[in-house]
Design a protein around this ligand. Structure first.
Ligand code: ZN
Length: 535
């Protein structure tokens, strides 16, 4: 009998950590960062202490107390005695791998804590995006997905309290097993990208391996990897053959995006396996319809074509489809799209795998905005980007002197550049992302409105607050295509795959499935935290 234990991702959107055990084999389906639980205790200035190793995430219930799966270099000698009486405590002798569905941190972030010999099975695009995000991001100790700095427990100079001190030079790379691409098919530049940063003597490199999924020596499960469409490239669903039959895990998906045919093919192939179980996401179960990406283009171009001042477009930078939508709008309105260096780095990385992604050097409408820095030596990757695309660099002054010629890809967190740009009154702020989900985001939205007022920008597609509800004004909707299928599409996915059992995950309304599938041939089991479901 196969067994499922849900350690997070229940009654919340994200943070999936699902343990699947069959005979003596064990896999985790994703090992994500649980934002909702994290925000219960922490904020920007109150974070888990990197110097305390595993103590803080274990004590606050951010990771399950499973002795044996975490990095040894983050464990103090008495640590596990402290958690042996915890309700969810177990000692696991071995973990055969993590099946990673995509590179959003709510699915991947806590891989950071796992032993480095746990293989991460995923697609080549997810592996590369995860590395690009880590290379160009802040990469706190609890979000080091592709590589990490091993720590030593010692006392800092002039300090009595010992801490887990990360070595500054030694980096350890994780073992990624690529399920959808043969390593031999990758270009030397792609291999070079994966290994960049691991040439130092002290660094421990692990080759990227491509894995024939069935009968792979590292994993005795028979696995299937199904590419699906989501708001980040490279997303996949998984099929795992167990002694009870096929188990399918959807990851995050949609049927209304540019790559909808991938999700459609997944549904057909998964149905053919006559699965026992489908673990299905339910982020947008209550949404009735979807906005498609081409509508984002149509609505976006209408707003921007009528604008005579500076345009700021706010969307998720990892959503490469959205970036390409705004690039097309820039071309069609005769403007220049100025992206941030981290977005340029991601685009350049994606091009290593998909040659149809535009080459920044050749693309006439694409430029890179150089932010003001207070650092004498900006990071390596950043200097390399501006060295490589020197002629494509745009400074605040360039934008200031030609405001009607730019679309700046800024989010709320980049607005502190505006004093250098001095936008003239009458600029347009196009909001192409999701609405605020919690109090902290609402506070940020209020600040965003204050910025726009200060610089006399007009918001478009931007939620406004009225009677403590945030709503996009009428006539300004249709600027964001969600990464998640709506309720009717999710039911269609469930009904066409026709599992014997459906287990909802990644949803604040898992009862939707119980109510809507009642009386049919699919049993719905609602998971609870830490309880093992045997099937
Ligand atoms: Zn996602």
């Amino acid at each position: 009998m196969a067994r499922f234990t849900f350690y997070s991702g229940i009654n919340e959107i994200g943070g999936n950590k699902i343990l699947l055990e069959d005979r003596d084999q064990r896999l985790f389906l994703d090992f994500g960062f649980p934002y909702k639980r994290h925000k219960l205790f922490y904020e920007e200035y109150l974070k888990p202490r990197g110097g305390a190793g595993l103590l803080d995430p274990l004590a606050m219930g951010l990771i399950p107390p499973l002795e044996g799966i975490y990095r040894d270099d983050l464990v103090t000698s008495g640590l596990w005695q402290q958690f042996q009486d915890a309700i969810l405590y177990r000692k696991l002798e071995q973990l055969d791998g993590v099946l990673l569905s995509h590179a959003h941190l709510d699915h991947s972030g806590h891989i950071s804590f796992l032993r480095d010999n746990v293989p991460i099975y995923t697609t080549i695009t997810t592996a590369f995006i995860a590395k690009a995000m880590q290379d160009s991001g802040k990469s706190d100790f609890d979000q080091q997905v592709c590589y990490f700095n091993p720590t030593m427990r010692e006392c800092p100079t002039d300090w009595k309290q010992a801490a887990f001190l990360a070595s500054s030079s030694a980096k350890q790379q994780r073992q990624f097993c690529i399920a959808d691409t043969d390593r031999e098919a990758l270009s030397p530049e792609a291999i070079q990208f994966w290994n960049r940063g691991f040439w130092e003597k002290t660094a421990k490199q692990k080759e990227l391996v491509s894995c024939p999924l069935s009968g792979h020596s590292g994993c005795s499960f028979n696995l299937r990897c199904f590419p699906v469409d989501h708001s980040i490239p490279g997303a996949c669903a998984w099929g795992i053959e167990t002694s009870s039959g096929w188990f399918i895990y959807s990851g995050d998906l949609r049927l209304h995006g540019k790559r909808a045919e991938l999700t459609q093919r997944f549904i057909e192939e998964a149905a053919r396996l006559h699965p026992k179980v489908l673990v299905l996401e339910g982020t947008n179960v209550l949404r009735e319809t979807n906005v498609a990406e081409h509508e984002v283009y149509e609505n976006g171009i209408k707003a921007i074509a009528n604008s005579s001042g500076l345009v700021i477009a706010d969307f998720s930078p990892r959503d490469v489809d959205r970036l390409l939508t705004f690039l097309q709008i820039a071309r069609d309105t005769g403007r220049k799209l100025a992206i941030l260096p981290k977005d340029a780095y991601l685009l350049k990385t994606m091009r290593l795998l998909e040659p149809e992604i535009p080459d920044i050097a050749q693309e006439g409408s694409l430029f890179i905005y150089q932010e003001t820095t207070a650092s004498r030596s900006p990071a390596h990757w950043l200097r390399n980007i501006f060295r490589e695309y020197d002629s494509k660099t745009v400074l605040a002054n360039d934008v200031k002197s030609a405001q009607d010629q730019f679309i700046l890809c800024f989010s709320f967190f980049d607005l502190n550049e505006l004093p250098s740009i001095c936008p003239k009154p009458g600029g347009l702020y196009v909001y192409s992302s999701s609405e605020p989900h919690d109090e902290e985001q609402e506070i940020d939205f209020r600040r965003l409105h204050n910025w726009l007022k200060r610089y006399e920008f007009r918001g478009f597609g931007l939620p406004v607050e009225s009677n403590s509800e945030w709503q996009i004004p009428d006539g300004e909707k249709g600027l964001h295509a969600s990464g998640h299928a709506c309720g009717s599409d999710l039911l269609k996915i469930a009904q066409e795959i026709r599992p014997e059992v459906l287990i909802p995950v990644h949803s604040e309304h898992p009862n939707f499935y119980t109510e809507r599938l009642q009386g049919g041939s699919i049993d719905v089991i609602l998971p609870t935290l830490g309880r093992t479901i045997e099937i």
